[in-house]
Design a protein around this ligand. Structure first.
Ligand code: NAD
Length: 351
C-alpha cells in the first residue's frame, strides 16, 4: 500500500484528492494548517479510518515535516497547501508570500533532506508533486492558449506567489536533483468548494434570495475543470509524468463568468423554483471590477493528453449540473461554513 504525504488536504481540491486516494487504497498523511479555508467536515467520512492520518500543522515547519517524513516514509509528497483566493491576496499579500513562497521553500528543504537519506528503489521512485495554477501565465487576449512553454507573467499577488513557488520547485530539481513534478491547472469547481469562490458563492446567494455579484461586465473567460478530473490528472502525472516536467491541466471548457452565473440560475430555477416564480437571473448585480482582473485564461492540455492519455470525464454542462445537485443535497456542509461553526471542529484535532 503506497503512502503519500498530502499538504492542504482539508481544502477544496486537496480534500477531494484525499477522499479519492484513500478510496483507491492509498495511505494518506494529511498535513493542513486549518486556515479559514481548511474544513475537517469535508473529511468526516474518513473519521476512524486508519489509512488517513490528519496532522494539524504548517508546511513551513521544517522540524514537523522532517518528523512526518521520518515516521511515515511516504512514497510521494503532494503539495496542495496554499493561500488561494485572489481577492484576499489583493487585500493582504503577505500571507500569500508566507505560505506559498516561504512555506513551500521550507517544505522543499525538509523533503530534499529526507530524500537524500533514501537509497535504491525508494530513492528512484520518490516524487515531489507541486500543485499550481494557470494564473502564473498572466492573461490572454481573444485567442490563444497557455502551454507549458508560455512565459510566466503573473498579475495578482496570488499568482505571483504561486509563480515563485513553481520556480523554487524547478530550482530544487535542477540544483539538487529532487524528483519533482509540477501541474498548472485552470479554474476548478465541484463539491466541497469554499463559498467565497464564484460558483459556490452564486449557488449560496441565489438560494438565499440575495444579489448575485458579478465583477465588471462579467465577460472574463475562465477554462473550467471539474475537480475530480483535476485530481485524476494529478494521480496520472504522479504515476507516469516525466521527472522535472510541468503539465498543464484544463477542461477545454471556456466560459464567460456571466454565462456561468446564468447557467447556475437556470439549473436552480429548474430544481428549486423561487416561491414568487421569478427567475434567479433577476438577482444578478454587476459590481465594480476586481483591480487588475485578468481577462481570459485558456489551457492547452495536449501534453498531458498525448503523453499520459488524460482526458476530463466531465464537460461543463454535466459538471455544473452535478455541482448544483451536490450543493442542494449538502446544504449542511455549506451552512456550517456560512454560520462559522465549521471552525469549531478544529478543537481537539491537533496532532
Ligand atoms: N481552486 C482552483 O481553481 C485552483 C486551480 C489551480 C490550482 N489551484 C491550486 O491548488 C491548490 C489547492 O487549491 P484549493 O482551491 O483547494 O485551495 P483551498 O484554499 O480550498 O485550500 C487550501 C488548503 O491549504 C491549507 N493551508 C493553507 N496554508 C497552509 C500552510 N501554511 N500549511 C499547511 N496547510 C495550509 C488550508 O487550511 C486549506 O485546507 C493550491 O495550491 C492552489 O493554488 C487551485
Amino acid at each position: 500500500m503506497p503512502t503519500w504525504l498530502v499538504t492542504g488536504g482539508a481544502g477544496f481540491i486537496g480534500g477531494n484528492f484525499v477522499l479519492e486516494a484513500v478510496r483507491q487504497g492509498v495511505r494518506v498523511v494529511n498535513l493542513d494548517a486549518l486556515t479559514y479555508a481548511g474544513n475537517l467536515h469535508t473529511l468526516a467520512s474518513l473519521e476512524g479510518n486508519p489509512d488517513h492520518v490528519f496532522v494539524h500543522g504548517d508546511i513551513g515547519d521544517r522540524a514537523l515535516v522532517a518528523s512526518l517524513l521520518a515516521e511515515h516514509r511516504p512514497d510521494a509528497v503532494l503539495n496542495f497547501a496554499a493561500e488561494s483566493h485572489v481577492d484576499r491576496s489583493i487585500d493582504g499579500p503577505a500571507a500569500f508570500v508566507q505560505t506559498n513562497v516561504v512555506g513551500t521553500l521550507g517544505l522543499l528543504e525538509a523533503v530534499r533532506d529526507h530524500w537524500k537519506t533514501l537509497d535504491g528503489e525508494a530513492r528512484d521512485a520518490f516524487r515531489f508533486l507541486h500543485v499550481s495554477t494557470d494564473e502564473v501565465y498572466g492573461t490572454l487576449g481573444e485567442t490563444g492558449k497557455f502551454s507549458e512553454t508560455t512565459p510566466y507573467a503573473p498579475n495578482s499577488p496570488y499568482s505571483a506567489s504561486k509563480a515563485a513557488s513553481d520556480h523554487l520547485v524547478r530550482a530544487f530539481h535542477h540544483t539538487y536533483g529532487l524528483p519533482t513534478l509540477t501541474t498548472n491547472c485552470s479554474n476548478n469547481y465541484g463539491p466541497y468548494h469554499f463559498p467565497e469562490k464564484l460558483i459556490p458563492l452564486v449557488i449560496a446567494k441565489a438560494l438565499a434570495g440575495e444579489p448575485l455579484p458579478v465583477y465588471g461586465d462579467g465577460r472574463q473567460v475562465r477554462d473550467w475543470l471539474f475537480v475530480t478530473d483535476h485530481c485524476e490528472a494529478i494521480r496520472m502525472v504522479l504515476a507516469k509524468g516525466r521527472v522535472g516536467e510541468t503539465y498543464n491541466v484544463g477542461g477545454d471548457a471556456e466560459r464567460e463568468n456571466i454565462e456561468v452565473v446564468r447557467t447556475i440560475c437556470r439549473l436552480l430555477d429548474e430544481r428549486r423554483p423561487r416561491e414568487d416564480g421569478q427567475p434567479r437571473s433577476s438577482q444578478i448585480a454587476f459590481v465594480a471590477d476586481r483591480p487588475g482582473h485578468d481577462r481570459r485564461y485558456a489551457i492547452d492540455a495536449s501534453k498531458l493528453r498525448d503523453e499520459l492519455g488524460w482526458r476530463p470525464r466531465h464537460d461543463f454542462d454535466s459538471g455544473i449540473a452535478e455541482t448544483v445537485d451536490w450543493y442542494l443535497s449538502h446544504q449542511d456542509w455549506v451552512q456550517r461554513i456560512l454560520d462559522g461553526s465549521y471552525r469549531l471542529e478544529r478543537i481537539g484535532t491537533a496532532a
